[in-house]
Design a protein around this ligand. Structure first.
Ligand code: ATP
Ligand code: MG
Length: 307
């Protein structure tokens, strides 16, 4: 990989929050035209890595570079000017405003000081056409469904013509057909040479959208690999650091038709085992004592004091 191909890079990046090392000596890079999935369980450090690349957070040590330029000391605006566009987990649209107004929020085109509505509508139409999405630019964003809003959010990022597009769980509130639309848009953008970093918990989706996947665990990069080369079980093992007996890959949720607001970060760490591991002798004893049909979860003996 020549240096000119590298859209973004982190070298020995460490980021600490009080009581937790969110990133621990991370080396990461993504090429132009590559869709890289970031995988890891809750709290692994995915969003932190994204925030470093977008300038929203700063490394305590190490270095982050966009297009070969260090972003040390730069804020989000400066990093955006280097070609980074980010769609965060929580949407940031103004529901009462039109699609066009949202697309250029904060950068509304002006002609001789006055807001140029015609230009804004034309630019908005071009931006939506570029990603092949058919949404009227005059509709209030609040009148769109979850998928429409997410696509406007993505269109807004793409309208900045980024070199690196970062998407943090862009499909978490979407239904299957809506997810397909987002995947189509992302592939289309990558084909134009944009590097994409894509966070998702859904393996089926990652296989469709991503070329490569980086597995993050406890703030460290476990491995980066082509998505086609790894089994889901193998990837889940890397994510959990243990065999996936109680696999916690998130199931697709039906669209509720609303966009779920999520807190900036979710601190909840799931217990590693909700149930004791199967090799626990209490399981074996239980299995022997009970008829076969009763070995379903409800029939299993629980350790005393267990949940
Ligand atoms: N602003 C913050 N202040 C304190 N701790 C934080 C902050 N942001 C993240 N953390 C902690 O850093 C660790 C990594 O969090 P991060 O949000 O990067 O995880 P994640 O992989 O994106 O998880 P999720 O899948 O839940 O979105 C977690 O332990 C989290 O609680
Ligand atoms: Mg996150």
């Amino acid at each position: 990989m020549s240096n000119a191909d590298v859209a973004a890079e982190v070298r020995s990046g460490t980021k600490r929050y009080p009581g937790v090392t969110a990133l621990d000596g991370v080396d990461f890079s993504v090429r132009r035209g590559e869709v890289r999935a970031l995988l890891g369980k809750n709290g692994a450090g995915k969003s932190t890595l994204i925030k470093i690349l977008s300038g929203a957070e700063r490394l305590d040590s190490g270095e982050a570079l966009i297009g070969g330029t260090s972003i040390e000391g730069l804020g989000t605006r400066d990093v955006a000017a280097l070609g980074v566009a980010t769609v965060y987990q929580e949407l940031s649209l103004v529901p009462e405003m039109s699609v066009a107004e949202n697309l250029f929020l904060g950068t509304w085109p002006r002609t001789r000081g006055a807001l140029d509505l015609r230009r804004m509508r034309a630019d908005a139409k071009a931006a939506m056409a570029r990603i092949g999405v058919d949404i009227g630019v005059d509709s209030p964003v609040g009148s769109l469904g979850a998928a429409g809003q997410q696509l406007v959010e993505i269109a807004r990022a793409i309208a900045q013509r980024p070199a690196l597009l970062i998407l943090d769980e862009p499909t978490s509130s979407l239904a299957a057909d809506e997810v397909r639309q987002v995947i189509g848009v992302v592939r289309h953008v990558a084909e134009q040479g944009v590097a994409v970093v894509y966070v998702s918990h859904r393996m089926d989706e990652i296989r469709q959208v991503a070329d490569t996947a980086t597995v993050v665990r406890d703030g460290r990069i476990v491995q980066t690999l082509p998505v086609g080369s790894a089994s889901t079980e193998g990837i889940v093992t890397m994510m959990l650091g243990t065999a996936p007996e109680a696999v916690a890959v998130r199931e697709r949720r039906p669209s509720a038709g609303v966009v779920r607001a999520r807190p900036a970060h979710r601190q909840a760490e799931r217990p590693r085992h909700r149930h004791p591991p199967r090799r626990d002798p209490r399981y074996r004893r239980g299995a022997r004592l009970r008829p076969y049909r009763d070995t379903a979860r409800a029939g299993r003996p629980r350790p005393s004091g267990g949940r």
